[in-house]
Design a protein around this ligand. Structure first.
Ligand code: NAD
Length: 338
């Protein structure tokens, strides 16, 4: 698809993933508008584009219908990434805040329908999958799209809201022909990531030379951390190729244990600390890894960044960009907040 001059809106475009998506859209010549309330997104993530006048910014809460209408007016394609979202601590401890996503998604989808937007691209999540499937770390499990349910048992209010968002889009497509695609992102990491997600939290602990080095859980949790550049590439391909509200996994099929990621962080940073496991802290499911066959088939997408390579790059970014005094002062709070 030729993105040049296309009018796109990125809700939550000041976020970690949102800002990388904006970079890619600007690079392709799209006419980009961002709507964000900066509840977790940062203006500095967009600074070069704002300074160059390449991105229009609407600052406001998309739970307000007037703001939503203003943001969507004139947009051909809407990438909907705005959400009350955080890492494991946030998702476990902030049910009411995550419940506001039902309202946010509902208003955005309704306004897209009314404004006759050509396509909605929805940032869904691996959190839609039933928790009961993901309990045994010894099982070699790859989550396929159809395993989201029924029976459904999504991950906290956050996961239920994403599942309902997907289902709403499927109904909008069936009954009202609104085109869309939902992308189930799996534990994304990379430059501009936030400490409330495990990979950045590990890096931050090494950065401030934490000793003993705290690890939430018993370290055996398995994840398929996926680099933000792969996520952005998949998101653009989906915007180009899928119309019928299909939900597609975007995630690597690498199975990495938390403890192995921690050991690599310690090795790469030269930090020799005693690892202290905290099984009482939130861990989420023990075994969450995507099957990405559908993305390969429908999008021709496969991840390019191997986890250990992406991890080392992310460590190097964090160490070059952050201030140790600030990280020391704010880390505990940032682990569970946005
Ligand atoms: N990071 C991950 O591992 C991951 C995994 C699965 C899905 N996702 C989804 O991807 C999207 C982006 O997540 P992220 O990790 O980049 O960071 P994030 O959670 O910080 O992104 C959310 C963005 O939406 C904005 N926002 C929140 N509520 C808003 C509102 N009411 N009005 C306007 N703006 C609002 C925030 O300021 C922020 O910029 C989210 O929808 C998230 O649920 C992320």
């Amino acid at each position: 698809m030729n993105w040049k001059g296309r009018k796109v809106l990125v809700t939550g475009g000041a976020s970690f993933i949102g800002s990388h998506l904006v970079d890619a859209l600007v690079e392709r010549g799209a006419s980009v508008r961002v709507a964000d309330d900066f509840s977790s997104g940062k203006k500095e993530n967009l600074r070069p584009h704002l300074e160059a006048g390449l991105v229009e910014l609407i600052r406001g809460d998309l739970k307000d219908s007037k703001t939503v209408k203003k943001a969507i007016r004139g947009s051909e394609i809407v990438f909907h990434l705005a959400a009350a979202h955080g890492g494991r601590g946030y998702v476990d401890l902030h049910q009411a805040a995550c419940a506001t996503n039902f309202l946010l998604d509902g208003l955005v989808f309704q306004a897209c329908l009314q404004a006759k937007v050509k396509k909605v691209v929805y940032a869904s999540s691996g959190c839609v999958y039933p928790n009961f499937l993901q309990a045994d770390p010894k099982k070699i499990l790859f989550l396929k799209e159809k395993m989201a349910g029924p029976p459904c048992d999504s991950d906290n209010m956050y996961g239920w809201a994403k599942l309902m968002g997907e289902m709403a889009l499927r109904a909008y497509h069936k009954d009202w022909k609104m085109k869309s695609v939902s992308l189930r992102y799996f534990t994304v990491y990379g430059q501009r990531g936030h400490e409330n997600h495990a990979v950045i939290a590990m890096i931050a602990r090494a950065f401030i030379r934490q000793d003993p080095f705290v690890v939430w859980g018993n370290g055996n949790q398995i994840r398929n951390w996926t680099h933000v550049s792969d996520i952005v590439r998949g998101t653009l391909l989906a915007a180009e190729k899928v119309d019928d509200a299909t939900a597609i996994n975007l995630g690597t099929m690498e199975r990495t244990r938390v403890i192995d990621a921690v050991r690599e962080v310690l090795r790469h940073t030269g930090h020799k600390a005693k690892i202290e496991l905290h099984p009482e802290m939130p861990t989420g499911p023990m075994n969450r890894v995507a099957d990405n066959a559908l993305a390969r088939k429908l999008l021709g997408w496969k991840p390019k960044v191997r986890f250990m390579d992406g991890l080392r790059k992310t460590i190097d970014w964090y160490f070059s960009a952050k201030d140790p005094k600030l990280v020391r002062r704010t880390l505990e709070k940032r682990l569970t907040e946005r």
